[in-house]
Design a protein around this ligand. Structure first.
Ligand code: ADP
Length: 555
């Protein structure tokens, strides 16, 4: 099709151009919500509170301090830190002055951490005192790092000559904040985050100012995270992995108060902050909510203000959704990836859904949801043909959009397939655009030519009252190729004999899924292997059950 637009002489719009700069987010928060609080539980043990105006000033001091350390635009600066106000200052101080804020996941193995630092060629690392032991183990392996800076009050700084450790607070005290945020090309790199590397070497995803700003606009929308200035938001999802789902950016653009939980993520500590700070919404992966729900149940507590939770990173079990709903908390199920900054979809009801039955509405909200504006998605079959949006056909999920990766950092191989990013997830999409993940492509169980969804099995089993957490993997089978095995960690209070419990769990599936897709067996373990981001570590779980054989083979 030819266009009528004269490409030599187009009529251009006559609007201002301003590059989309991350610093502008915090400047907006200072100007419009200067007195709104940012509250942090610190590694020092106390609660710290200040305002967006204070934060913006200190972020400017960060920009001055890193320049004084000799760090230059484009260079990577690492952080190994909890969710807290100093980490937020680094997000803005580093990116805002043209350097790249490289957030590092401390839950990775030490070899992976030093691999990542070396791959990124980080020039400085800012870390919380909790991670001093990691720093001591890796600093010799990381020659590119010229400065190790501990984020703690000066009087608590540990003595150390190897490596020599600088104090964050001392660095900031030397600056006056007399710094103007620079404007530069909005496609400049702003932040770097490595994938967990559960199936190979971690890969770097390099975000830009533009991609981050567009993600921030879209992720705050009502049918996305739905953040408003009246909200008090507690991101439990860590700032060291995919920018805490963009919340450090979406709160300041909306003016929401932020509550950072620091290192204490157990049920009691989270509950205390939710109540004492009047938190209205929070966000995290399902495993962090298990502890909170267990605590609420055992102590027979209620929430006073908390009414909205974003759950993503792995599938939100329907039982968890019901438990939260019963406590007055509405769940938004969201899907994303490091490669997507991370938000791709969020579940919400459309006007046409409102007249549906409660059960139908629940089914919609249990899906991963519709793509937010800026992300396109499609599912394809093995031949690359696009599959219909009928809610039944399932295939490989591909996405494209303004905040989707085009290349991994320092890699020449494009991950794209004809301009689309293959997510590695298998999904359905219905007529209304609601996407549902059926599995990671490497986790689906192929039994007798049919595909069984390990996620569906886990979701059903999670509703069984005696199960704390469970995982389903495929086991090779002489007749069917593969069959599902369910691995279960029991709740602590359970005293039933394993055999009885196994029978009860297996019959719990009756009527909930076709007979041939019910697991062949249930095995109990004491602790579930989880990844550095709190997801089921399927590779490790498969390793644990390598060579496992079913006692009675399903026939
Ligand atoms: P990694 O663990 O490799 O760092 P990410 O944190 O980027 O990866 O995780 C991305 C993957 O997590 C997705 O491809 C998908 O498999 C899974 N995921 C994320 N959100 C959901 C969800 N709501 N339901 C099911 N799976 C999800």
């Amino acid at each position: 099709m030819t266009s009528n637009i004269d490409s030599q002489n187009p009529l251009m719009g006559q609007m201002m151009y301003q590059p989309l700069m991350i610093s502008s987010i915090l400047v907006h928060a200072k100007n419009q919500h200067g007195n709104t609080e940012i509250v942090s539980r610190r590694t020092e043990g106390d609660i710290h509170r200040y305002t967006y105006a204070d934060c913006e000033l200190r972020a400017r001091k960060v920009a001055q301090a890193i320049s004084k350390l000799g760090l230059k635009p484009g260079e990577r600066v690492g952080t190994i830190a909890w969710n807290g106000y100093r980490h937020l200052e680094l997000y803005y101080g580093i990116s805002g002055s043209g350097l790249v804020c490289h957030t590092i996941n401390p839950r990775l193995f030490e070899e992976q951490i030093s691999y990542i630092i070396n791959h990124a060629q980080d020039r400085a690392i800012f870390f919380d005192i909790t991670f001093l032991s990691i720093v001591r183990k890796i600093y010799n392996e990381c020659p590119s790092v010229k400065h190790w800076i501990c984020m703690i009050d000066a009087d608590k700084l540990p003595e150390s000559n190897s490596p020599k450790i600088l104090c964050y607070e001392n660095l900031l005290d030397e600056e006056n904040g007399n710094f103007e945020w620079p404007n530069f090309d909005e496609n400049t790199a702003s932040a770097l985050c490595y994938t967990s590397g559960t199936t190979g070497k971690p890969k770097g995803v390099l975000y830009s100012h533009r991609s981050t700003l567009l993600h921030t606009y879209a992720s705050a929308l009502p049918d996305s995270l739905n953040i408003a200035s009246v909200d008090t938001v507690m991101p439990v999802v860590p700032m060291f992995h995919v920018n805490a789902w963009g919340i450090p950016y979406s709160c300041p653009i909306t003016g929401a108060k932020i509550v950072f939980p620091g290192e204490k993520l157990d049920g009691a500590s989270l509950y205390e902050l939710l109540e004492s700070e009047g938190v209205t919404m929070s966000a995290g992966v399902p495993t962090v909510w298990l502890g909170l729900l267990e605590y609420i149940r055992s102590q027979k507590l209620k929430f006073t203000t908390f009414n909205k939770a974003i759950v993503g990173g792995s599938v939100c079990p329907p039982a968890m959704m019901n438990d939260f709903n019963a406590l007055g908390v509405k769940i938004t199920h969201a899907w994303g990836m490091t490669e997507l900054s991370p938000l791709g979809t969020a579940a919400s009801l459309k006007a046409s859904d409102l007249k549906k039955s409660e059960a139908q509405k629940k089914l919609i909200l249990q899906k991963q949801g519709r793509s937010i504006y800026g992300i396109e998605m499609k599912i394809i079959d093995a031949n690359g043909e696009t599959l219909p949006r009928d809610g039944k056909s399932y295939g490989d999920l591909l996405v494209k959009g303004h905040w989707v990766i085009s290349n991994y950092y320092r890699s020449d191989l494009s991950p794209l397939d004809k301009g689309w990013f293959p997510t590695g997830d298998v999904a359905t999409i219905d007529q209304d655009g609601n996407m549902q993940i059926t599995d990671r492509s490497k986790d689906v169980i192929k039994s007798g030519g049919e595909w069984i969804s390990s996620i569906e099995i886990e979701s059903i089993a999670s509703a069984f009252p005696d199960i704390s957490i469970c995982a389903c993997i495929s086991i090779p089978h002489p007749k069917w190729g593969e069959r599902p095995l369910l691995i279960v960690v029991k709740k602590l209070s359970v005293t039933k004999k394993d055999d009885l419990l196994k029978k009860e769990i297996l019959s719990f599936f009756d009527g909930k899924m076709p007979k041939w897709s019910i697991p062949d067996d249930v095995v109990f373990i004491d602790q579930m292997p989880l990844t550095a981001t709190g997801k089921l570590y399927k590779m490790k779980i498969r390793e644990l059950f390598n060579g496992y054989q079913f006692k009675s083979n399903h026939s």
